[in-house]
Design a protein around this ligand. Sequence first.
Ligand SMILES: O=C(O)CCC(=O)C(=O)O
Length: 295
Amino acid sequence: MHGRQTRESVIRNRRAEEAERRTRAAAALQRRRQIAAAERGAVEKLRRDIVEDPMECIRRNNIWRGDLIPMIPIERNCMIVSDEKYDVDRLKTDVASAVSEAEAGETWVRKTNMWQSIALRTFDGKTGKDSAFLTSACLEEGQKERFRDTHILDACPYIKEIIGGLNTDVYLVRLLKLSAKGYHGFHHDGSVFNQRYTIIRLHLPIITNDKCKFLLGYPTMLPSPVEQAEGRGFRNVKRLYETHLTAGDMWFTNVTTLHAIENFSDEDRVHLVIDVKPTPEMFKKIYGSLTNYKP
Ligand SMILES: O=C(O)CCC(=O)C(=O)O
C-alpha cells in the first residue's frame, strides 16, 4: 500500500513538474514575443519620428553623432545623381570580360565569405587582396594622383567610357559581388568618406533584383574599445531605412552613416562601385548647395 502511494505520488509530482515546465516555457515564449513586438513597435515609431521630427530623434540618441548622422530627409543618403540611363547589357558584357580577364586567384577577391571584388582602378594600379580598399592616406595631396586603371579595366570598354564620362577625379573602382542570400552587416566608412566634400561613393548596379537592398541603420549600442580595435562595428543596429538600387542608374550612397547590404534573392548581385570627387552638379544635388564645395 505504502509502495503504491509512493509510486502514485511520484507520477503526480512528475506530471505537476511537467505542467509547470510547460507553463514556464509558454510564459517565456510570450515574453520573447512581447519584447520582439515592442522592439518592432519601437523601430516603427523611430521610422515615423525620423520622418516627422528628425532633429529631435537625433538629439535623443547619444550614440548617433557626427558623421554617423544620416542626411535628412533620409532618402538623400541613397539617391540617383545622374539623368543618364546606362546600358545594362553592355555592362554585363564587361562584367563577363572582367571575370575572365582577372587572373586565377584574383578573380573575385574575397572580402568576406559572401562579398567579393574585382579591382578595375586602384592605388598604383595594383590588383589582388590589398588593393581593393581605400585609406585616407591614399587621398592626400600628392598621393591621390597615384590611382591607375588595372589591366582588367582594359577588358571593359564600356565601363572605361562611363568612368571617363564622369569628368572628375576617379579613385577606387571595383566590381562588387554580393552572393545570393548574402548579407554584409552594418558598418560605416567614415574614416575615409568624412571628407565628404572631396570624395563620394557611387554605385551603378548591373546584376540585381528587388530583393537586393541597401540599408541604413540606427545605432543603439557603441562597440567596446576591444571591438573597435579589432575593426568590429556597432552591434544591435536597427534597420532605419532600406532601398533597392535600380540597375542602370548612378546612385550616390552615404557611407559615412551606418549602412549594410543584403541579397535575399537566388542570384548573385553585382554593382560597379566608383569612388570619385563629386562634380559641382553632383555636389549640389546631394548636399543641396555649393557651400563648402572644394574645387
Ligand atoms: O554594395 C556593396 O557591395 C558595397 C556597399 C558598402 O558597404 C559600401 O559601399 O561601403
